[in-house]
Design a protein around this ligand. Structure first.
Ligand code: PAN
Ligand code: ZN
Length: 199
């Protein structure tokens, strides 16, 4: 955050030929070991983790005061790969202040945003370079990279007082998952969602 938090500022999204913010305050690295219980194929998860604790995604955040009126923003980079047939993805979350929205601008790559509401409405929207995705208030969201080779890079913006609620997704998962079927990604019901819920 700039020293004078209320002064306008600008920054670049490409630096030294790499897609990265020229200015950020926080670099979050999420590895496979941080995603315990999130991929539906637990055997595949355990097998990969036994070999290597791969980096699944990274987030570069620009810090702002976490008050309504401010906007938090940054870059999310989901690396390519699969666990079993399920594509690499973010943990996903509801906003703690449920009635807050978010905008994702896709800069590079291809994938999907998997979304659902507390009432069980589901939506899966494509993410592709130069497309914008609007996540309305009350929708949990997870980005999924379906490219076999390229990073999925998105720029996100959301109200600074929104906060994150990961608990419900960690407990139940999303109702929909995105899997690789030969060369085509397909969306299907999460095979472990109901059994987890029934526990
Ligand atoms: C994004 C996400 C980012 C990482 O900034 O936080 O893509 O995903 P997880 O937070 O689910 O690990 C956002 O949606 N913020 O609200
Ligand atoms: Zn969010």
């Amino acid at each position: 955050m700039p020293e004078n938090a209320n002064h306008p500022f600008s920054f670049d999204i490409v630096q030294d030929g790499r897609t990265i913010l020229s200015q950020y305050d926080n670099h979050i690295v999420r590895k496979l070991s941080d995603m315990q219980g999130q991929f539906f194929d637990q055997l595949a998860y355990d097998a990969i983790l036994a070999e290597e604790d791969k980096v699944i995604y990274e987030v570069y955040e620009v810090k702002r005061p976490e008050v309504s009126g401010e906007l938090l923003h940054g870059l999310s980079i989901v690396h390519p790969g699969t666990v079993g047939s399920e594509h690499f993805m973010t943990k996903g979350h509801f906003h703690e202040v449920l009635e807050t929205a978010e905008i994702y601008y896709c800069l590079h790559g291809e994938g999907y945003m998997v979304m659902e509401t507390p009432d069980g409405d589901c939506a899966v929207e494509p993410l592709k370079a130069q497309s914008v995705l609007y996540v309305p208030p009350c929708w949990a969201h997870r980005s999924v990279n379906t490219s076999p080779t390229d990073d999925l890079v998105t720029f996100f913006i959301y109200p600074a007082h929104a906060g994150h609620d990961y608990g419900s997704i960690e407990e139940h998962g999303f109702r929909k998952v995105v899997v690789a079927d030969k060369d085509t990604p397909i969306v299907m019901d999460n095979p472990v969602w109901q059994s987890k819920d029934a526990r």
